[in-house]
Design a protein around this ligand. Structure first.
Ligand SMILES: Nc1ncnc2c1ncn2[C@@H]1O[C@H](COP(=O)(O)OP(=O)(O)OP(=O)(O)O)[C@@H](O)[C@H]1O
Ligand SMILES: [Mg+2]
Length: 368
């Protein structure tokens, strides 16, 4: 399973571009690594040849020793400029490749467009309603089929169902990573297609399944793209997310570099950074894609506690993989082929002894 965020179209494009960039950099590095031995060898060969030819010409008395000396000196003076030309050419090629990729990215057309008269979504209470929503990625399949669902502000909904049932798709429609073909989605009664993307996405926090860290400091990662932030607010969020402890243990604390060439963080630590990010954003609506990878039990407890704090007083959609989560949810929705086939609390659904009881026995029972 992929990270939730990576499943969005735009981020996937960036991921692919980054991969191409990485490959181009590899080939440039490779070029550099062979450049020096090869040019070095050629110089040595040329100098040896010159000496050979020179001594032959001197022996033939076509050349005096002094003439040959100045000839060699002149030839040696050429080496540096030639070397520079080769190096500059390599750098030019590298730059050209990067420029191509920049233009490629700039040329991407977003699939989701704002209406010209889009309004700003006012601060919401967090009521979410799906009205007869159908969605498919391709014409020949249907992922969500006439789905209707009303979630009250502050309600925690756990989504369960087999792989491919449409759980991720359902939540991806809310920040408008994709657009439903029919039906509509309302937040506090506002059709999400009639509001600006920024005002919509600002009010939805996402904690993805596999957390992506950006190259930068831990503080920047928690503040997520904001160029100006208050370090105290970042620390307060990290405390709520049970992340302050491990961050403070790094010699550089919140200024520790992560991502490429930064420190390595464990799965549980990354998750707590993602939780801190959501705490700082403080959205009324939250999407959680629970990690399937097992954490060690100490980390698991810290993450669970942080999640419970984060979920308080928010409307939450949580794609649940753990028993503790489904048990705590206000309502569990069982998805099957893009339809809600059952809903209720854990106790209600177990008592019913139907599909949830079946899924429960298969997926969660081992976690008891
Ligand atoms: N980006 C995509 N393009 C095309 N088809 C997709 C895409 N994402 C998902 N699908 C398909 O849509 C269906 C529902 O997928 P979805 O990711 O919503 O399932 P899920 O319930 O989240 O599954 P999982 O538990 O494995 O994460 C699947 O058949 C899947 O193959
Ligand atoms: Mg999924």
């Amino acid at each position: 399973m992929q990270a939730f965020a990576a499943e969005s179209y735009e981020i996937e494009q960036f991921r692919q571009a980054a991969e191409r960039n990485r490959q181009a950099r590899y080939s440039a590095e490779w070029l550099k690594s062979v450049q020096y031995p090869i040019t070095g060898f050629l110089y040595a060969l040329i100098v040896a040849l010159l000496l050979l030819m020179g001594s032959w010409q001197i022996a033939e008395e076509n050349l005096t020793g002094a003439e040959f000396g100045s000839y060699i000196a002149a030839a040696l003076m050429l080496i540096d400029p030639v070397n520079h030309v080769i190096i500059n050419y390599g750098q030019f090629k590298e730059g050209e490749a990067s420029l191509d990729r920049i233009f490629e990215l700039l040329a991407l057309q977003p699939e989701i467009l704002e209406r010209p008269n889009a309004k700003k979504l006012p601060a919401v209470a967090g009521e979410v309603e799906y009205c007869n929503v159908s969605f498919s990625y391709r014409a020949d399949q249907s992922v969500l089929q006439g789905l209707s669902l009303k979630v009250m502000p502050g309600e925690a909904i756990a989504l369960v169902g087999a792989s491919g049932a449409g759980k991720t798709t359902l939540v991806n429609l809310l920040p408008r990573f994709y657009e439903p073909q029919t039906g509509k989605i309302l937040i506090d009664g506002h059709d999400i297609q009639s509001v600006t993307l920024q005002s919509l996405r600002q009010q939805i926090g996402i904690v993805p399944q596999e957390n992506i860290l950006f190259t930068g400091t831990i503080a920047q990662n928690i503040a997520f793209g904001r160029s100006q932030f208050d370090l105290e607010a970042v620390q307060a969020a990290a405390k709520v997310a049970n992340a302050h402890g491990f961050i403070s243990q790094f010699p550089q604390g919140y200024h520790t570099w992560v991502g490429e060439r930064g420190v390595n963080l464990s799965g549980g630590q990354r998750q707590r950074i993602a939780i801190a990010r959501a705490v700082l954003l403080d959205p009324k609506i939250l999407i959680l894609d629970e990690a399937t990878s097992a954490l060690d039990s100490e980390s698991e407890a810290l993450v669970q506690e942080a999640l419970e704090r984060l979920m308080r007083d928010r409307t939450v959609f949580i794609i649940a993989h753990r028993l503790a989560t489904v048990r705590n949810a206000d309502r569990i929705l069982v998805l099957e082929q893009g339809r809600v086939v059952e809903q209720g609390t854990h106790a209600e659904l177990l008592a019913k002894g139907d599909r949830y009881a079946h899924v429960y026995a298969q997926q969660f029972h081992s976690g008891l």
